[in-house]
Structure formats: structure tokens, C-alpha cells
Design a protein around this ligand. Sequence first.
Ligand code: PHE
Length: 347
Amino acid sequence: MTENVTPERLSQVHEQALSDFSSIDSLESLQVFTAKVVGKKSSLGSWFKELKALDVEAKKELGPKLQQFKTYWEQACVAKQNELEAAALNQKLKSDFIDVTQSYPAQKGALHPLSQVQRHIETIFTGMGFEIADGPEVETEWHNFDALNVPANHPARDMQDTFFVSSAHEDSHQNSVLRTQTSNIQIRKMLEKGAPVRIIAPGRVYRNEDVDATHDAMFYQVEGLVVDKDISVSHLKGTLETMLSAVFSKPMKIRIRPGYFPFVEPGLEVDIWWEYTDKNGEEKGRWLEFCGAGMVHPNVLRNSGVDPEEFSGFAFGFGLTRLVMMKYGIEDIRLLSSNKREFLQQF
Ligand code: PHE
């Protein structure tokens, strides 16, 4: 809607335009403003038409004012457009900036310390002719216990604080557990391959523990099994010493004493001679429990289809998690599953 143009009306419109103009902050709002003030459909067009009908005096007064208004706002709008376009470009240059001459520090990832030591151990054992074996973490009670000479109601089932998994099938006769030990792989591998067999089986195991700095409900073990003719405890000792010396990059001493595990006879405990510097700077050493081991029980061989008259073997199972903690002096087991960058970046 246009009103008849008068000098007062023109200066009013100009004042209003000045105030609207000051709040323009985008190309879109500038476009709307420009159309309204100097565009084809603006009042300005009809004012020029009106001008023709006015008398000479009025024309003389108003004509230059209209022209002035037109020029002023056309220039102002173009200037504003340039300004806004330049600002937009600068913004984009800033946000898209890539300094191709700058060298960025490489964000290099690394394997988790558990993976690093596990791989090292796998290399050591494959070098001694072992195969790497694997198996399920949700295991039947039979593979985790019965076949390993741990019958139902045997206290060893409580010893290992088992997580039981409720069966998906109501009619299933086999209960499942989260494996409490990697010893299930002894059974699985012998059933699959028979004897002779020479494997290690690294993997996760689960126990219903109260979690603290030295206990977790999930940790890693490495199982070892050698079944062949004329296998003795001295093979076990040599194998573990070789492995430990490689892991710690220096000759390591172990000692073997009697222990009890239902699936080995005799059952053994292996200790490791641990040298350290105490807080007074004195060189010290002490025996640390390292792992359970022993000669494979004839019942276990039989349960796995291997003739105990023909074959004998040794088995061991150590905590990979604990070994990693010893190697790196990690005092809290929870750090290993914490996913903390400050911790992990050290490895
Ligand atoms: N499975 C035993 C444990 O978890 C360790 C072990 C393995 C002992 C093999 C003897 C032989 O405690």
C-alpha cells in the first residue's frame, strides 16, 4: 500500500529504513530489505509515477529528493551485500582452513598391554611348536567341570565362584556356565584332534568375585597342554622357564611344589623368583605364586578319548592378566579394563 509522496513522508520512510538497515545481519534479510525499499514493487516506483502528475514547483522540490533517496539506498544495499558476502567468505576460510605446511603429530594407536603380551606369548609358544587354540566362553558344565574330573557337588565348583547361565531351552539337560578357566580347551582340543597335542589357549575367564584392586570378575588366562609319549614334569619346567625368560627378557627362575587341582595328578604349583628394588633402594627377591599345573589326570585323558596307557602329558594355566600386571608394575587390575587414555598411552 502506498501513500501519496510528500517530503515529510519521504523522510519518515528514510528514517524507518535507516533503523531497519542497522539490524540487517544476513544476506537473506538484506534481500528482503532491498526489495522493500528500492525494489520494483517498492513504494519508490509509484512515487516516481506520482511525481509526473505534480506541478513544476513540487516536482523541483521532490524530484531530486526521490532521486537522492534512490541512489542512497541502492548504494547502501550494494555496500552491505559486499560486506556480508566478505564476512561469510572469511568465516568459511577460517573454518575450512588447512595449513598444508604444518606437520600434525600422528595420533598413533597401540595394542592394549594384554594384547601385546598375549601376542608375545603366542610367538614364543609357536616357536616351540605349539598351536594356538580357542574355544567358547559360554561353556557346558561338562567341558568346564565334569570332563576335567570335577564331578557335580565337588567343592572345586564353589572354589571358582561360577557364573551359571540360564538355559535358553527349557528341555536342555546341559547347563551352561561362563567358563571359570581355560582348561575347557584341553578337553575340546583332545576330543577334536586326539594325541599327540601341543597347544596353548589364551582367553577370558569369569568368576563371581568381589571386584577390588587385585580381583576382577573377568580376567585372562593362558592354558597350556602337551600330550605325547614320555612327557614328564621336566618338560613342563623347561617350557615355563623358556616362556618367562622371553617375556621378561632375562633368565627367570621357577620352583615347583605340590598343589591340588582335580584334573592333574600330581598337581603342582609353580612359583616364580621375583627380583625387585625395595623403597630403600635395596635389591630384593621373593617367590611369587605364578600358576597351577601338573600331569594330566588319566580320567581327563580318558574323558577326551585319549588312552592314558599310551600317552601322558602336562598342563598348566596361568593368569595372563596377572603376568601383565607383574611385567609393567600395574597395581590395580581395574585399570586394564578402564579404557583410560592416560593409562593406555603408556604402552
Ligand atoms: N585351571 C586352573 C585354574 O584356573 C589352573 C590349572 C590349569 C591347573 C592346568 C592345573 C593344570 O586355577
